[in-house]
Design a protein around this ligand. Structure first.
Ligand SMILES: [Ca+2]
Ligand SMILES: [Ca+2]
Length: 142
């Protein structure tokens, strides 16, 4: 298990480097697109959220929550991504929503850094943001 330290500007720099950011997001999208049809369905998003414990982490859902509540939350998350309401998440929708989410996280962090503990092998966009900053620092010092 490793620990990375991130603050608002780490996340913001990552999001604002469009080329790098899109590449990371595209990779994430491809990994979530289980049937490889180029779009995310409701069930694919749900699998993704389950694998990242999104509801437990961000919505305070626990074992006491009913299936109905949980389904409603997944619908809400899906609708946030699906801007044109065609029932599918396209790559552009995914990119723009991830950007919004990360910028909201950046605002929340402000200039006070947080430590993030990561399980071995865990990959997420915040970790990529931290890696991105490390790479830049490394380049600047070499
Ligand atoms: Ca798909
Ligand atoms: Ca859509």
């Amino acid at each position: 298990m490793g620990v990375v330290i991130i603050d608002g500007s780490t996340v913001r720099d990552f999001v604002e480097d469009e080329e790098h950011f899109n590449k990371s997001v595209d990779e994430r999208f491809a990994a979530l697109d289980l049937n490889k049809d180029g779009v995310l369905s409701r069930s694919e998003l749900r699998v993704a959220c389950e694998s990242m414990n999104v509801l437990e982490t961000h919505f305070g859902v626990g074992p006491q929550s009913s299936q109905e509540e949980i389904t409603k939350l997944y619908d809400t998350i899906f609708d946030n991504f699906d801007c044109d309401k065609n029932g599918l998440i396209e790559i552009e929708e995914f990119r723009s929503e991830m950007k919004k989410i990360l910028l909201a996280i950046a605002d929340g962090l402000g200039s006070s850094p947080i430590q993030m503990a990561l399980e071995d092998g865990e990959e997420n966009l915040l970790k990529q943001a931290a890696d991105f900053e490390l790479t830049k620092l490394h380049e600047a010092s070499s």
